[in-house]
Structure formats: C-alpha cells, structure tokens
Ligand binder design. Structure first.
Ligand code: ARG
Ligand code: ZN
Length: 897
C-alpha cells in the first residue's frame, strides 16, 4: 500500500464544477453532490474512479438518470462509474450522488465532524472523500458552490468558501434555514470547508492597496469575543505585509477565520474560510503567554499567505507538499522577522530545527523535503517538509539575493497562477528569474539526512592570507535504505549551499573580505557558494589571526564540524556582528562543557570551567543594555534533546539521566555563582506598564523569568527564604499568563507542598478555560520530579483530560513524550509503556494524533540495551494491535525495521 511519486499520472477525468448540498440532521448528514465531469485530454480515459471513505451511498445518477447497478461498483474506498454496455463514458456528463455520513461519530477529525455543538470540516490532505465521492487529488481543481441546510436555532452560522450568494428558510420546515456559498476560484477539494455552528463573530475590514474592501470575520465559540482581537490584528498585519514584501493582494471580498477546539493540527488555509485550532486564535493577557501571542501572529499569517502559495498555485500531488508548506513557512518566518526581532526569530527557528528536524533526519522516518513514497500522507506533515523545506527556500533566497528572489516569485505566479505544480516548477522560476544555475541545488529535494560541513582554517602571518577549506559529507539515512529496498535509485553527489561567513579580528572588528583574484574587498560578510565535496577559499590581506564566524544567520541546515578553542568561541560570543552567531558560539561552548560533564557522569560541578561561568556573567552584565530578548536566548542552555543528538552524532549511547543531571547541575552552578547578577537583572526588569505583547516587553519578560528560573535552582535555604515567596506570588497573580506560567512551570519542578497548592489554585481558577487547562497539564507533564510518569497516568483520569481532544493529548501526553526526555526514557520502561498504552487506545479513535505520538520512539536505537528492550516491547505491542491504523503502522514499521 505504498504510493510512489514515480507512478504519478494525470487524472483521467476532470471536474469543472461541484455543486454540493449538505443537510445536517440529528445524528447524520446527507450530502448531495453534482459534479460536471469532463474527460481529461491529457488523461488515459476509461472508468471514472471516485474516492470515498465512510460514505453510505444512497443514489447515483448520470445526466439525470439513475444509474443501473451494472454501471457502477462500490469497492473499498472507491466508487467506479462505467460506460453503457461496458463502452466508454460520454466525454462530458453530470454525475450526481447522494450519500449519508455520520459526523457525530467521526473521531478522526478528518472530513466533516462534530466539535461541541457545531460541525466543522478538515479536508487536507484526504478528508473531502469522507464527505462525498470525488476524485480527491489536488490536481483536480473545480469551481465549488455549496448549500448548507440545518436547524436555525442550533446552527445560526452556515459557512463555506467564497461568497454567500443566497440564504433563506427551508420551505418544508420553518425551523431550518439554508445558505448558499459560491467560490469564484477553482480549487482542489482539500481546500473545501464547511462550518455549521453557533458562534460569535468579530468583524473588521481591510482595504487592499488597489482599493478593494475585504470584509474580515473571526468566528469563535460564544463568550470568547474578548479573546480574538489579537488574531484579527495579526490578519491585517499579514495582509499588509504580503502586499509590501511580495506584491500579493487578497483576492476575495470575504475572509473568514473560524476557531474550533477539536482540531488535529494548527490551522487550515481553506479558501476564504480558514479553520483554526482555538490555540492559534484565542488570546487575552491573563490567558495567553507571549509565546502564544507570537504563535498566533505566525499561524494567522501562515494560513493567510497560503492564499497565494498553496491556493492560487497548488500542489500537483502530495509529494509536492513542501512546495506550499516550505515556501509558506519561509514567508511566515520572514513576516515574524520583520514584525518582531529578526535575530530572536532566527534563533528560535534554528532551535526548533535542531530539536525537531535533525533527529527526524537521523531516525527511521528520515525523508527528503520531497519524499519519493509514502504509505500515509498524513505522516509527512513533518518538520522536514515544513521546516527544512523553509530552510531550502531560504537557501535559494540567500544564494540569489532578495531582489532576484522577489522576481522569481513574480515569475512563479505569472507562470503558474491557477495551476497545480511541482517543487521543480518553483525552482525553475527562481533559476530563470535569477539567471543562476540551480540544477545541483535540486538535490536538496531528493536527499534525506543532515549534511555535515567540516571546516579547517589557517592564517599565514607572512602572506597575510587566511585559507579556509570546507568539506561536505552526507551519509545515507534510513530513507536511502528504504529506497534501496524498493529498488529505487538514490540521488548522489555533493549538495549546493550557501556558507555565509565573516572573519573576526582580535580587536573584535570584522575583516574586509577579498578573495584571491579579486581587486577589492567586498564587504565583511560573504556568501560562499559551496558545490564541490571539498573547496578551498583564500582571503587576502587579513592583518591578524582572525576567528572565523561560519554559517552566519545559519545560512544552511547542516551540522558544522569546526574546531575552535574556548577562547575563540568566547571571542565570537562577545564580538560577532552576526547576532545569530553570537548566540551560536555560546551554544557551542555550552554544549562542549555539558558533553564533558555528561562524560563524567554529570554529578557535582567540578567539571564546570570557571571561564564558562565568567562568559555567562558577561552576557548577563550586558543584559540590560543589549537586547534583553537576545540575552535571554543566550542563557538558555542547549536542550536535553539537542545534547542527546550530539551524543548520538558522535556514535555514543544516549544517557538521558546523565544529560539531565549535567544540565541541571550546570544551571544550579550558574545560579549560585551568578546569584547577585540574576537578582539585579530580575529587580531591574520589574514591569512598569500594563501588559502588551510587544517586542520590548516580551524581551524583558523573557529575561526576567529566565533569571527567576535560575534563582530557583539555588540551595534549599535560599530558595525557601528568597525565591519561593516570589514564585508563589507570581504564579498566584491572575493578570499576566506569561509570568504566571513561568512561575508555575518552575514550581512544578520543586518537591514542596506549595507546588500542589499552587497547581490546585490555578486549576480551580481556570478550569473553564480549555487552553489554560492545557497549560496546567503541560507543566505537570514536563516536570522533573520523580513520579511524573505516574502523575501523567493519574491526569489521564482527571475530568480535565479527554483522549478525543487533540489539544489535551498534545498538552499531556505529547509534552511528556517529546519534552520530558528523562522521564519518557525512564530506565524501567514506564515512560514507553505509558506512550504505548495511549497510542494503542488512540489509534482506534484518531490515527493522525496517535501516529504523531508514535514518532516519540524514533530514536529508540540510540539508547542502551535495557532501554532498547523496553522500547522494542512497547513497539511490538503497538504493532500487534488488531486493525492497526495505517498511519501508526507506517511509523512503527519503520521504527522496527
Ligand atoms: N495545510 C495546513 C497548514 O497550514 C496543515 C493541515 C494538515 N492537516 C492534516 N490533517 N494533515 O500547514
Ligand atoms: Zn501550511
């Protein structure tokens, strides 16, 4: 049941228009679909095969006549329509079907489903086939009209894509009403959306730069209107930004966002009717953190940007998913960089890449940005397709420059507006606009794995030359093994990528960079274009031994192997003009210190060099004058998962206990050694104005709460006397969730009776606010305390938990599996057993969410034999599950291969 990219063929039939009629009744819905079908001149012809899943066919007719049973067959997930007497079908015809569906029992949350008292749809990737029979593939684009009919009282809002063109009361039943929507743009079925619910609406409008007024609406659960202002503001910011940066305007008269509390992913870009997880809409200072506010900005922008990169130009097939996702993530990253801090945004993206994507590339599910095969497409909405995909787009941007990139975008839309295309088409537009050969660059789309970049530099005093030798390598991954097993070709050869670099002189300034053969220096940061396995670059006229600052702004998603001394790293930390690399130097230094500590077992603090503490002290000293947000980022030690990958990368067995111990001990040591300074910064940053999620305040809060977190690592006496009262006060205030949750998360790590009191008070106050309850679950799931596995099990029985609600599963179980490595990888196997129990129960309810959880086992082979034994037992138990969902089967199958 594997599907291969190489097997792609154009659709045999096209659908020009779809006229849907959806009647929502108690316990079921009836869907009538009228499809204007036409033979594809490019297709092979023959039978018309429609996809359908969990549909009860009531009637089928062709050009108005009920079809004789001999002319159609209903098989597993398809409906096939044949010509008369086994002859050909007419070249064009109207096909009408009537099906019954059961949205109330649709726990997969794909297709049409019930959430609380409303009905919502999710069609990407293959949910439309769970609503009606259809050739459900993105290269079939049709113009849709949709009439929705339901009880007026319970479902006052009836929404679909495009414009509402008519509405009224049902003739046969005055308690029911209907509304008809018409979407003027042809679209693939995955962009179809439908909402029937009772919702409050926040309305606004936006005037495009060409003067068209667009009506904007955010629909939320009744009573939540005071939580949607930020999402609306984000939408307007994003609309303006896309006009300014890419010349792209809104093309509809209406743009709606509907929020739903049961949703598998973040949000969905359905044409003109985005459907959002409430998590990325609702925010109020007392309920949402700075992180939540920023995530809302980004996701609202992301879905809006899809209107061009995804909807106007869509994907030919699902292998091309990164065509829209990688590009749209790049666009939302740039939006974030332009509206918040560019450096902080970049740091956070790279951190996410290292925590989420690098391990994926090193594990059993490794795949390139464009995979060549899949069993279940929902398993490929991954960090690789999204985040590495964005890095690939960013590399094109870096290689050809901002202006050429913009011209490439213009050309892409000129060529492909209204089409379903491939990643190849995107690169071709960039290449043609820039006049840069990107042939070799295309390998990024076909290769899995994180390349390594080895650098060696030498300065020669006599010739004043700095010689830099760069060597790239990329080992085969599990993906290449899967290709080989399937007898498929493997793409080989070096990759093409930009290496941005500077040479920092002893006085802290950047050397002007003149490459051998050039007559004059060209700036102090150069982008080298690396294409060969090994390349040497010679810089002339370098007056003193420089410290090389490589991969500025993280110019390529690679692992850098570059030997630099502690002193050199400290020099970069202090002087690099590239803010990202200042941070990076600190991370490399911290990683080195921690890995040495881990190798020594992680106990005590004898392994901690005084120089490192001093360097952190200097960062902290500059904290109030430098951007506080950057200071805060600089003092976050590398995550346990990143340290684990660093061990695995050196061929060592991951020791989650030693990693955790070393990291906590280093934090504690820094806290004791730098206590006065943490105190001083904490005091100086006391808030003086009412909450706003703006850059300046966000940075100050981040640094202040970082200080508080460190201070809480102090010994028992200091903690009780000085820090605990602050934690309790801060976690007990009710106006600013950023501060509250920072304090509560810290308290959740402390084995004190006050912990329980604070958690209980928090829950008592917020039990009616679902997204805040999620935070309560999350801080407990990620706690360091012994007994966390048992606590998570207990919380699964708590009335606040609901296995059917993805946000609850993510907050409690995924947080535990993905963000609490030390307890998930507990030596007694209890973490693995917990995950397996949940996955087994959940896969029958919601395979997509279960499959995401199953990815927690990706790195199981990197642990010791005892842990491996427990992990294998858990995986075997999942695999033995009866009727195992194919989503989970693919993930577990690969893990056990
Ligand atoms: N296209 C959505 C986005 O903006 C993601 C939806 C994916 N849904 C799914 N069930 N796989 O990224
Ligand atoms: Zn997207």
């Amino acid at each position: 049941n594997t599907i291969y990219l190489k097997d792609y063929t154009p659709p045999t039939w096209l659908v020009d228009t779809v006229d849907l009629h959806v009647a929502i009744h108690q316990g079921h819905a009836e869907v009538r679909a009228r499809l204007a079908c036409r033979r594809n001149p490019q297709g092979a012809g023959g039978t018309l095969v429609l996809n359908g899943e969990a549909l009860a066919l009531q009637a089928v007719s062709l050009d108005g006549d009920a079809l004789a049973p001999a002319r159609y067959t209903v098989a597993d997930d398809t409906l096939s329509i044949m010509g008369e007497d086994a002859g050909p079908l007419p070249d064009a015809f109207l096909l009408e079907t009537v099906v019954r569906i059961e949205p109330d029992s649709n726990t997969q949350l794909s297709g049409l489903y019930r959430s609380k008292d409303g009905y919502f749809s999710q069609c990407e990737a293959q949910g439309f086939r769970r609503i009606t029979f259809f050739p459900d593939r993105p290269d079939v684009m049709a113009r849709f009209t949709c009439t929705i009919e339901a009880e007026r009282e319970r479902f006052p809002q009836l929404l679909s894509n495009g414009n509402r063109v008519a509405s009224g009361t049902c003739e046969h039943d005055a308690s029911r009403h209907w509304a008809r929507w018409e979407d003027p743009f042809p679209k693939p079925a995955y962009l179809f959306a439908l909402v029937a619910a009772s919702l409050d609406m926040l309305e606004d409008e936006f005037v495009t730069r060409s003067g068209r007024t667009v009506r904007l609406a955010v629909y939320v659960e009744p009573g939540k209107l005071d939580q949607c202002g930020h999402a609306m503001a984000a939408l307007k910011k994003a609309m303006r930004w896309d006009e300014e940066r890419f010349g792209l305007e809104m093309d509809l008269d209406h743009y709606m966002i509907a929020a739903v509390s049961d949703f598998n992913m973040g949000a969905m870009e359905n044409k003109g009717l985005n459907i959002f997880n409430t998590k990325y809409v609702l925010a109020r200072p007392d309920t949402a953190t700075d992180g939540d506010y920023q995530a809302i900005d980004r996701v609202v922008a992301h879905e809006y940007f899809h209107n061009w990169t995804g909807n106007r130009v869509t994907c030919r097939d699902w292998f091309q998913l990164s065509l829209k996702e990688g590009l749209t993530v790049f666009r939302d990253q740039e939006f974030g960089a332009d509206t918040h801090s560019r450096a902080v945004t970049r740091i956070q993206e790279v951190r996410a890449l290292r925590v989420g994507q690098f391990p994926e590339d090193a594990g059993p599910m490794a795949h390139p940005v464009r995979p060549a095969s899949y069993a279940e497409i929902n398993n490929f909405y991954t960090a690789t397709v999204y985040n590495k995909g964005a890095e690939v787009v960013r590399m094109i941007h870096t290689l050809i420059g901002r202006e050429a990139f913009r011209q490439g975008m213009d050309l892409y839309f000129q060529r492909h507006d209204g089409q379903a295309v491939t990643c190849e088409d995107f690169v071709a537009a960039m290449q043609d606009a820039a006049g840069v050969d990107l042939t070799q660059f295309r390998r990024w789309y076909a290769r899995a794995g994180t390349p390594r970049l080895k650098a060696e530099g030498a300065w020669d005093a006599a010739s004043r030359r700095y010689t830099l030798t760069l060597t790239q390598s990329l080992a085969a991954t599990a993906y290449e093994q899967r290709l080989a097993d399937a007898g498929m070709p493997i793409v080989e050869g070096p990759l093409h990528f930009p290496v941005a670099l500077g040479l920092v002189l002893p006085d802290g300034t950047d050397a002007p960079l003149r490459l051998a053969g050039e007559t004059a220096p060209q700036g102090t940061t150069r982008v080298l274009s690396l294409t060969a396995a090994t390349q040497t670059f010679v810089f002339e006229d370098i007056p003193a031994a420089p410290v090389a600052s490589l991969l500025r702004d993280f110019s390529a998603p690679v692992q850098l192997d570059f030997e630099q001394t502690d002193a050199e790293l400290a020099h970069l930390m202090a002087h690099d003009t590239d803010a990202f690399n200042r941070w990076e130097a600190g991370q490399r230094l911290a990683t080195r210190v921690l890995l040495a500590g881990i190798a020594a077992g992680g106990e005590g603090d004898a392994w901690i060099p005084a120089d490192f503490v001093a360097a952190c002290g200097r960062v902290l000293d500059a904290g109030l004058t430098d951007a506080p947000a950057l200071t805060a980022e600089a003092l976050v030690l590398p995550a346990e998962q990143v340290l684990a990958e660093a061990m695995a990368g050196r061929g060592e067995i991951i020791d989650p206990e030693a990693i955790h111990r070393a990291r906590v001990n280093l934090r504690r040591h820094l806290a004791t050694q730098l206590r006065e300074r943490f105190e001083a910064v904490w005091t100086a940053l006391a808030p003086s104005e009412p909450y706003a999620p703006d850059g300046a305040q966000v940075g100050r809060r981040a640094l202040r709460n970082l200080c508080l977190g460190y201070l809480a690592e102090s010994d028992d006496a200091t903690l009780r006397a000085a820090v605990l009262p602050r934690l309790l006060a801060q976690s007990g205030q009710r106006g600013n969730m950023t501060d509250v949750i920072a304090a509560l998360a810290t308290l959740a790590n402390l084995d004190l009776p006050e912990r329980e009191t604070a958690l209980a008070a928090f829950h008592a106050h917020w039990q009616g606010e679902a997204l805040v309850v999620d935070k309560w679950l999350q801080v407990q799931a990620t706690s360091r305390l012994p007994g966390t596995v048992a606590r998570v099990r207990e919380l699964m029985q708590h009335p606040a938990f609901d296995l059917k609600n993805p946000n609850k599963v993510y907050a409690l179980v995924r947080s535990f599996c993905a963000a609490n490595p030390r307890h998930f990888h507990a030596a007694d196997g209890s973490g693995y057993a917990l995950a397996a129990d949940v996955i087994i129960e959940l896969q029958a309810i919601n395979p997509q969410v279960a499959s995401r959880l199953a990815r927690s086992f990706d790195r199981w082979r990197q642990f010791d034999a005892v842990r491996q034994g427990h992990a294998r037992a858990a995986l075997d138990r999942i695999r033995a599950c009866e009727n195992l969902a194919k989503d989970v089967a693919e993930v577990v199958g690969n893990a056990l291969k």
